[in-house]
Design a protein around this ligand. Structure first.
Ligand code: HEC
Ligand SMILES: [Cu+2]
Length: 497
């Protein structure tokens, strides 16, 4: 926090120059914004969207925290819509055991979802909580006007600013803080989405969700415990430690996974806050029926992976046809399995063999040959991990190792994946013999094994973990999912090396 005093002056200076630049660049260009163009004319009436009249009393906008979105706009007339949003700087968890100071719009990353329709007149009140340390503002990409509202909304802690704008273009837009250093405010979580529905609303679907990707830069490596400060140097080099959906690792996993039923249509409002990385958004096990490219009004069909630029958005729609887990990833795939860009949609319902048969034939495909592979050595730069003081801490630390190393194969509840990865939940293989479990982790495991009466013939790579990490992760697993509660010590692990 010490350098934030100096930072404050930099912020003020930068913002002042931004204001100047903004005015120079945008002054008078577009005039009152009523210029006719095909995009700005409503389909129904052929009128310029700037001329749409608002009717009735002003209404308060419903704002929602991710992954939820407000009720659809539907058929309603254009209105005066009041949006009230509070900026909150708060400590949150990036992944179990790793704390981070997030700067947020509305207390969440991404910030509250705003839902409007074209022609609405929005009266935006931005409040900067008195306990915050820094001034902030908001630049909404849905705004036609200088800085997207940034200059009009620049406020110190304990103050509020009110400005208004009319939504001229339907689409899905990013909003973000634009206070200098802009990159840092965005890197700390200051972004969200605002949807401007076309006249008459979007077509109805069964489920709608709000998912936004972001990259984070911490002083410590991925998973290094404790309070982690923002790293400006890594951010400048674009070396992200975390790439996540909805602000943290696992925000859309386990109990927080999204849900749908077979036969339902799903619409995802996707955004990418950046600050740096472009997302190759993909869902393992699904093809997008429609993608509203870059959040605009035209769509393309039958898409596998869609690019979402930093500071951009996309709207995707698909029908879920078979039950199972669909996996949301950034298909720049190390981000998914090593930096956190992983989410899940659990689909419930009847199997449909015509669409997906499950397994017909089992065989092993080993492109790299049959040898057990080693995970690359992790260099912690000499930094030593904090040791667990008691059983509770062992389990807590163990869970964090599990979520970053074992989870991708053995799954969140240790249930494994049929025919590929054996379960660790109620595993008779594990509960029979602690040393066999230790061996599997430190030496890897291959060849046919039987777990709870089912044969597996896969390869588990040896995991490059310290003795204490192995002890903790196994103690965690033994404490969960109907396992026998064995406690594994670093000494026991050392003996098996
Ligand atoms: C890349 C995928 C992968 C990862 C990551 C992985 N495993 Fe495994 N694991 C496997 C496979 C495959 C087997 C079965 C090997 C065989 O068939 O011989 C297995 C087997 C096991 C077994 C014995 C069988 C059972 O179900 O009880 C244990 C215990 C185990 N893994 C623990 C772990 C732990 C702990 C971690 C994390 C530190 C981990 N694994 C990470 C793929 C993985
Ligand atoms: Cu800010």
């Amino acid at each position: 926090m010490k350098n934030q005093v100096g930072l404050y002056f930099v912020v003020v200076l930068f913002t002042a120059s931004l204001v100047l630049l903004g005015v120079n660049a945008c002054e008078r260009e577009g005039g009152d914004g009523t210029t006719q163009s095909s995009q700005r004319v409503t389909k129904k009436s052929g009128k310029s969207t700037a001329d749409i009249k608002v009717s009735g009393d002003p209404i308060m906008a419903e704002l929602t925290a991710p992954p939820y979105v407000p009720k659809p706009v539907g058929n309603r007339e254009a209105k005066k819509l009041k949006v009230e949003m509070e900026i909150i700087e708060e400590v949150g968890e990036m992944i179990d055991g790793v704390e981070y100071v997030y700067w947020t719009f509305g207390g969440t990353v991404p910030g509250s979802f705003i839902r409007t329709r074209v022609g609405d007149e929005i009266e935006f009140t931005l409040q900067n909580h008195p306990d915050n340390k820094l001034p902030h503002n908001i630049d909404l990409h849905a705004v036609t006007g200088p800085g997207g509202g940034a200059e009009s909304s620049f406020i110190a802690p304990g103050r509020e600013a009110v400005f208004s704008f009319k939504t001229l273009h339907p689409g899905l837009y990013v909003y973000h803080c634009a206070t200098a250093p802009v990159g840092m405010h965005i890197a700390n979580g200051m972004y969200g989405l605002i949807l401007v529905e076309p006249e008459g609303g979007l077509a109805p679907v069964d489920k709608e969700y709000y998912v936004m990707q972001g990259d984070f830069y911490t002083e410590g490596e991925y998973g290094e415990r404790g309070m982690q400060a923002f790293s400006m140097s890594k951010a400048i080099k674009e070396m992200a430690d975390y790439v996540v959906f909805n602000g943290k690792v696992g925000a859309l996993l386990g109990d927080d996974a999204l849900t749908a039923k077979v036969g339902e249509t799903v619409r995802l409002f996707l955004g990418n806050g950046g600050p740096n990385l472009v997302s190759s958004f993909h869902i393992i096990g699904e093809i997008f029926d429609r993608v509203y490219v870059e959040g605009g009004t035209s769509f393309i069909e039958n898409i596998q992976t869609t690019l979402i630029p930093a500071g951009g958005a996309a709207m995707i729609e698909f029908k879920v046809d078979v039950p199972g887990s669909l996996i949301l990833v950034d298909h720049s795939i190390f981000r998914a399995f090593n930096k956190g860009a992983l989410g899940m949609i659990n689909v419930e319902g009847e199997e449909n063999e015509k669409i997906f048969s499950g397994q017909i034939r089992e065989g092993i495909y080993l492109p790299e040959g049959g040898a057990v592979q080693e995970m690359p050595k992790r260099d912690r730069g000499g930094a030593s991990e904090v040791s667990a003081k008691n059983l509770e801490e062992k389990i807590k630390f163990g869970k964090s190792v599990y979520m970053r190393t074992c989870f991708a194969c053995h799954q969140a509840e240790g249930q494994g994946i049929p025919n590929a990865f054996p379960p660790l939940a109620a595993s008779d293989y594990m509960n029979g013999d602690v040393s066999k479990s230790i061996d599997a982790v430190i030496h890897g495991l291959e060849g046919e094994i039987t777990v709870n009466g089912v044969k597996y013939d896969g390869i588990m790579p040896s995991q490059n973990l310290a003795d204490e990490e192995v002890a903790n992760v196994l103690t965690y697993i033994y404490s969960q999912w109907d396992n026998d509660g064995s406690v594994v010590s670093p000494e026991m692990v050392k003996k098996r090396r």
